[in-house]
Design a protein around this ligand. Structure first.
Ligand code: PLP
Length: 422
């Protein structure tokens, strides 16, 4: 695609953008009376205008029916989570029986580890990417300790080579090969939160399976961002949050995937009544009878208000589909990259270094050399919401669902102005 760093070009792209109407479905924070340039949908997605209505429905049904709302509500609470099986399975590329909305991300990873990290004396190691999201690092550390192993010995991190920012795919595969006799689990963030790198989940899964290990992915930065195909890729399990690209509100309900081949085998799991056979659930009898789907990993009756936020958001994804989003994402993020490289040409020493590889979703991470935090603060004062990650990275996520080409152009304008005053 041929880009141009001009306002007319960006406006023309917005005019022909088949997804342009979706921007109006979201509430943008304001800066001096105008929409901010919101590039942090990778951290907290914007609120759909429809969310309030979805929550109000549940508040009204609660007021009207009290406990009877479990069965009488417009969307009965007893089965509310079932509304997600189909639409969410499309977002992550799964069968409806393979996804379940429950708990939150870090808790879900721990619960899934009960089934998928069952170390033995010979096989007890976990392979992950270096600089995984801190919460995931704490999961791994506490899990291996819980099983009696030392983190330094049991956790293998694959890092970028010296002087590089991206972890090479072949290095992941060779680390799996090298540790194949001791590896119990490969657990990686499908899209790295810091660099925006997308891992080749399909071939990692294949190689890890050949090595005799289980494979899981943290999809916090992948769900709703890139096209996924968890079922066909043969991934064993995955978990994600819904408040980033899935726009379901701060701390909202999490999601989990368990491949169907594991639904009826005898993997250990921690059980609760919402995973128990529905026809006998209210007999309140002894003896856990797991539902033969991913639902059997659910424990508790569901947080309806959170679920209502998620439903508002998922209904919007139902209208777009991941194909259209991925297509726009490629153009929009490509435009941001183009604009940043153009800006570099106008300044003597290249200051803005994009560290995100071509294998990416919509996020670009850049190092602003010699500019530091004051530069980021300057952008914020001009109405740009992008985020700063220590020691020196600015993350920008032009989200195809609600960001525009004009957002990208205006962002470039503000960056240029800020660099001129340096
Ligand atoms: C955002 C994020 C989390 C957050 O976990 P919560 O349990 O939802 O607080 C965990 N892992 C990754 C990779 C993330 O990006």
């Amino acid at each position: 695609m041929k880009y141009s760093n001009t306002l007319p070009f960006s406006k023309a792209q917005d005019t022909i953008d088949p997804l342009r109407k979706f921007r109006t479905k979201f509430l943008f924070p304001k800066h001096k009376g105008k929409d901010v340039i919101y590039f942090t949908g990778n951290s907290l997605g914007l609120q759909p205008r429809s969310t309030a209505k979805y929550i109000q429905q549940e508040l009204s049904d609660w007021a009207k029916y009290g406990v009877e709302g479990h069965f009488q509500a417009k969307h009965p609470w007893f089965s509310y989570h079932e509304l997600f099986a189909k639409p969410v399975s499309k977002i992550v590329g799964a069968k409806s029986s393979e996804v379940i909305m429950m708990n939150q991300l870090t808790s879900n990873i721990h619960f899934l580890f009960v089934s998928f990290y069952c170390p033995t004396k010979e096989r007890y190691k976990i392979l992950c990417e270096a600089k995984a999201f801190p919460s995931d690092q704490y999961v791994l550390e506490s899990q291996v300790k819980f099983h009696g192993y030392a983190p330094d010995d049991a956790i293998i991190e694959v890092a970028p080579r010296k002087g590089e920012h991206t972890i090479r795919h072949e290095d992941v595969l060779s680390a799996i090969e090298k540790n194949k006799n001791e590896l119990a689990l490969v657990f990686i963030g499908g899209v790295n939160y810091y660099s925006g790198q997308v891992f080749d989940m399909q071939s990692i899964t294949e190689v890890a399976h050949n090595a005799g290990a289980m494979v899981g992915f943290d999809l916090a930065h992948a769900a709703g961002n890139i096209k996924l195909n968890l079922h066909d890729w043969n991934v064993d399990f995955a978990a994600w949050c819904t408040y980033k690209y899935l726009n379901s509100g701060p701390g909202s309900v999490g999601g989990a995937f368990v491949h169907e081949r594991h639904h009826t085998n005898d993997l250990s799991r921690f059980a609760g009544w919402w995973g128990h056979d529905k026809s006998t659930r209210f007999k309140m009898e002894k003896g856990f009878k797991p539902i033969p789907t991913a639902e059997s990993w659910a424990l508790s009756n569901v947080p309806i208000i959170s679920m209502a936020c998620h439903k508002a958001a998922v209904d919007i994804f139902e209208e777009t589909g991941m194909n259209a989003l991925a297509e726009k994402s490629k153009k929009l993020t490509g435009y941001l990259e183009f604009v940043i490289e153009e800006i570099n040409l106008n300044f003597k020493n290249k200051k803005l270094e994009i560290i995100t590889p071509k294998e990416r979703g919509c996020q670009l991470s850049m190092i602003a050399h010699g500019l530091g935090k004051p530069f980021h603060e300057q952008l914020t004062r001009q109405g740009v919401i992008a985020d700063w990650r220590e020691p020196n990275v600015i993350r920008m996520a032009p989200v195809p669902l609600y960001n525009s080409f004009e957002d990208v152009y205006r962002f470039g304008e503000i960056v240029t102005m800020s660099l001129r005053t340096k």
